[in-house]
Design a protein around this ligand. Sequence first.
Ligand code: ADP
Ligand code: MG
Length: 702
Amino acid sequence: MPAPAPTLDDEVARLPGAGPRIAESLARLGIRTIRELLFHLPSRYQDRTRLTAIAGVRPQVEVVVEGVIQTTQIHFGKRRALICRIADDSGFLGLRFFYFNRSQQLRLEAGRRVRCFGEVRRGPQMLEMVHPEVQLVDGEDAYSSPLDTALTPIYPTTEGLHQARLRKLTGAALDVLAREDGQADAIDALIARHFHVGYTLPTLAAALSYVHRPPPDVDVDELWQGHHPAQQRLAVEELLAHQLTLRQIRLRARRLSAAALKPPRSLRAGLLREFGFKLTGAQQRVVREIDADLARPLPMLRLLQGDVGAGKTAVAAMAATNALAAGQQVALMAPTELLVEQHGRTLSRWFAPLSIDVLVVTGKLAAAAKRSARALLGEAVPRLVVGTHALFQNDVTYANLGLVIVDEQHRFGVNQRLALLDKGAVGEQRPHQLIMTATPIPRTLAMTAYADLDVSILDELPPNRQPVRTSVLPEARREDIVARIHDACTAGRQAYWVCPLIEESEHLDSQAATDTAAALAAALPTIKVGLIHGRMHEREKDLTMQQFARGQIGLLVATTVIEVGVDVPNASLMVIENAERLGLSQLHQLRGRVGRGREQSDCVLLYKSPLSETARHRLQTMRETNDGFVIAERDLELRGPGEVLGTRQTGLAEFKIANLTRDRRLLPTVQQVADSLLEEAPALAERLIERWTVHRVEYAKV
Ligand code: ADP
Ligand code: MG
């Protein structure tokens, strides 16, 4: 008897052409069943359905062109290459081959007509294709095939699994799908009911078939932009699945328990005395929000967003008191050693007078010191410990960790958040979590990326801050700037000079910063110039930073290592070289190092001409506003949420079809539907999550 036809839930090995080796490769992509294969969507399409006139080709776009070879030459440059020049009625184009043999060279002789497929790029002389697929169109050895009738899907793949094979396999999977009952199911119905996008969204089955095999008459532009109803249908479902996943994490965390902690009166009063300032209204409100969380016997999962300089450290210290007074430990994690040291100093200044120990654990500690720090964490004594991610390595155990605070970690992914939650677990009991970020994220986006967290916003700066004055100047004005630094430092102010990453090598960048520091020291003989870069020893960096904080260094030359968290209120002038190279959020973070005191602060953005359109736009935005939320919005428009959120880490990278910029208008509905699904139809929610999360196995470990 013949085996029954495979169903969607069968293993991929049941598909024709899928042997054990292929199944293994597919497994590496997280694909085990035929259904999972159907959710392996094309990342893009190739258009081999039409010829493009050479004058119409653009860099970074793949096209088919046809033309007559005008010249063929071997070019002996840095790298030997065969270079042909082809022309059609509209223009000419280069073809460049690094690997070729004699017969290939002979075939590409002048006068022959060729059809080429490839990606166009800017060459040294003209636009060109590197190693295009070439077909001879005429002559007796012609081997051209007709143009395709439909777009060719290109799939994400892994070694040993070719596109052609993947196309065959997905084709076979689509046959299985077509054999199954094509009726709309409960999820189709749900989506059709809730998402009114101006047209009817197709069923899942129809959408999948369309996206895998767009028909010949497809509206290519619509497809390219991801606006086709089939793509939108899948995007809705994927966003929904993602939202449900995060909500579920949150529900699970809510089922765990935590120590209920009250704000301690006397410790708080002591701390406020040590601060030497009054909390702003926003700080007080956020502290109340945190207190309410901590008072419940459930682990807090709260994200604190606050613009640079808003005073998040003081909020963190306030939150710490609740755990400390209850006899528990508090761990504060920061992304750089520089920041760890600084937090160590600030927190010691505040807490030492209150008889609370602050431990600083950094990589530079000697082995013995590390051991003793670890031993201290094993004691059930209320202590504050500050460190990098080393705080959460396997060999560190906490006697009674009550609160984990993560500073400056907007790029902290959901998996890392989960790992943190498990650190310090005792049975069902978990520490509370507070995550602080200085990257303001627009609301709908934050609700998507952090649906497992509650969000507090610190939207007020401490009083008497003056907005930083920002000017944008060409590199040619360097000497004027140096004169300004001279005047500022002579008047007792301090300044930063930032040399951003230019080379892809930390070595070269550190060298550039070193050279700049030397040149500035020579130009400013009366001013003490310090230097900080990534290749210096931690101890050296720390020493320099301390001298700067104490005012012993007037001008600090640095790479972008000072981007996050550094707080020296007396520094009121910042110069950023090559500012055109930096993204908006990064410029905003850097600028946030000044404007922290009462002094009027200035930021000078030096650029090298010519400026690209986007660079001009960025610098102009910096000049126009100091508002982190406005800047984040612009950054989002310019770079997209992937870059802004750091999607790889936030777990948003694996969106296969959804795009947070393009599909933003769907987000509010996605959130609503996710909430009601979890309440009313948990089984359906489960199925949606299942469908989309299989492929995350690989990413989960990153
Ligand atoms: P960020 O939110 O960027 O981490 P910090 O916590 O480093 O900001 O605070 C920036 C500066 O503002 C610090 O010097 C801090 O002591 C000071 N600060 C914080 N809160 C207040 C306040 N309510 N009043 C005055 N100064 C404050
Ligand atoms: Mg900070």
